[in-house]
Design a protein around this ligand. Structure first.
Ligand SMILES: N[C@@H](CCC(=O)N[C@@H](CS)C(=O)NCC(=O)O)C(=O)O
Length: 81
């Protein structure tokens, strides 16, 4: 089973672009506000390699991918719908 987590912070316009599309896509996406929880920021840095947001973490068992770029994330989520 694939799970999805979106690393974001609310005042980021690129994050808002992705957040506004979530109601229009099929996958359920867990939200991780990196400004609210420093552990989320550390997880993003350790896994993705940088703290840029938005970033979508795509997990399927041990297979984990980190997708940056708001347009890519929106397109990807639509493709999964
Ligand atoms: N081209 C990127 C731009 C993302 C971006 O610039 N995010 C800013 C926040 S609005 C950011 O994370 N800056 C801090 C950093 O790059 O570490 C996208 O469309 O997702």
């Amino acid at each position: 089973m694939t799970t999805y987590e979106l690393f974001y912070f609310p005042s980021c316009p690129f994050c808002q672009l992705v957040l506004s599309e979530l109601p229009n896509v099929e996958p359920k996406v867990e939200l991780k506000n990196i400004m609210e929880n420093f552990d989320f920021r550390n997880e993003l840095m350790a896994g993705g390699g940088k703290t840029q947001v938005p970033c979508l973490k795509i997990s399927n068992g041990d297979d984990v991918k980190w997708m940056y770029e708001s347009r890519d994330i929106v397109n990807y989520l639509h493709e999964q719908s």
